[in-house]
Design a protein around this ligand. Structure first.
Ligand SMILES: Nc1ncnc2c1ncn2[C@@H]1O[C@H](COP(=O)(O)OP(=O)(O)O)[C@@H](O)[C@H]1O
Ligand SMILES: [Mg+2]
Length: 359
């Protein structure tokens, strides 16, 4: 074969390992979660009484996005699951399941209970309770600030006998807004997840690199600028995203190595997310953002009305474009839902962190 073709990667060859890029998925749970042992121990201490059939304590985990809160908890729950059948661990993402009814449905589903149709929340909870009270239970409620009502929390506090509740959120202040009857029953231990240092960020990304890529495909300087970016942004997710994009860029160019050039192409991709500071927004965008903050969860049409009522002059098309821009920059989340009373709707929610949390 002539050297020209020898140099060009065959299309069947990949820089990624066999199972492609799964380890770069944000939801991948590695075997080890380095640098979070202290935090995991603190959570485990709350759960420990369950192992001797006593009731557990509760904890409140907080820290900015991308610092390993979710992965540390899921990893711990997995260990419990592997350790014993006497403790039932439930992980609930409250962004997805944001009402008591939705959580109850999710738990029924996780417990393999199929006959949920036409049943009321109370009825389903009664079933859950009957079946769970034979065991000890860990409830991890992630993104708990997204809950629209806290009845579920109250119900498990009151009615599940042996339990430990783990609340996880990016917002430390959220706990102060929780109504007193719940707070006084929870009395959670506060566990802070601080951002990783530069070295720690590098260590975590290196571990993921070894899972996700063929050996020796990364040039050091390419990895280093990506790790630095992730460390500067204090967000591991950014690092994972950049590693994947750099790998794809290298494959695109049929390169056998991931070089600085490919890493830079990846960095270019997140330029779109670069409005980090609210102050950089134009007045119109700022107005829309404030409206979304105060009315999170309404439909786009409602927002347009509010926007006009507040003195906004843009026509609907331009308004939509602004919404698109704010979404792209992760100031707001836009959710399209099919069906409902009036066909398709677009729901807009606020997000206060301006990071690449979940693309
Ligand atoms: N200590 C760690 N070890 C391995 N992976 C980590 C670690 N911390 C974070 N990650 C990875 O970084 C990403 C973001 O972490 P995550 O737990 O989702 O953050 P948070 O819940 O705090 O927003 C996930 O893909 C996660 O697997
Ligand atoms: Mg999380």
């Amino acid at each position: 074969m002539c050297s020209l073709f020898k140099d060009i990667l065959g299309s069947s060859e990949s820089l990624f390992r066999e199972k492609s890029d799964v380890p770069l998925d944000f939801s991948f749970i590695p075997k080890l979660v380095p640098y979070r042992e202290k935090e995991q121990r603190a959570v485990a201490a709350c759960i420990k009484p369950l192992f001797s059939e006593k009731t557990g304590r509760h904890c409140f985990i907080y820290g900015q996005p991308g610092v390993g809160k979710t992965v540390a908890c899921r990893h711990l729950l997995r260990e419990i699951q592997e350790e014993t059948d006497d403790i039932a661990p439930f992980y609930i993402n409250c962004w997805k399941h944001n009402t008591t009814y939705k959580i109850v449905i999710e738990i029924c589903d996780l417990m393999g209970f199929k006959f949920v149709q036409n049943k009321k929340t109370e009825e389903l909870f009664r079933w859950i309770k009957q079946n769970l009270n034979k065991k000890s239970v860990v409830f991890a409620l992630d993104e708990s600030d997204k809950l629209e009502d806290l009845d579920f929390l109250y119900m498990i506090l009151e009615e599940i006998e042996r339990k430990a509740i783990v609340l996880i959120t990016n917002y430390k202040d959220w706990i102060n807004e929780v109504e007193e009857r719940i707070k006084s029953r929870l009395m959670p231990e506060m566990i802070e997840f601080k951002p990783y240092s530069h070295e720690e960020t590098k260590g975590i990304l290196k571990q993921r690199m070894e899972f996700a890529f063929q050996p020796n495909v990364w040039e050091n300087n390419a990895f280093d600028i990506i790790a630095k970016k992730a460390a500067d942004m204090e967000d591991i997710r950014t690092g994972l995203y950049l590693m994947k994009q750099a790998g794809l860029a290298a494959e695109d160019k049929s390169s056998r190595k991931i070089t600085l050039e490919h890493a830079k192409l990846a960095l270019d991709k997140i330029k779109d997310f670069s409005i980090k500071n609210k102050d950089e927004l134009a007045a119109d965008e700022q107005l829309i953002l404030d409206l979304v903050k105060n009315n999170s969860g309404k439909r786009i049409g409602d927002f347009f009305r509010l926007y006009q009522e507040s003195g906004g002059n843009l026509v609907y098309k331009s308004f939509q474009r602004k919404i698109g821009k704010l979404e792209k920059n992760r100031f707001i989340a836009v959710e399209k839902t099919a069906g409902g009373d009036d066909g398709n709707t677009t729901i807009i929610r606020s997000i206060s962190e301006k990071k690449l949390t979940d693309f």
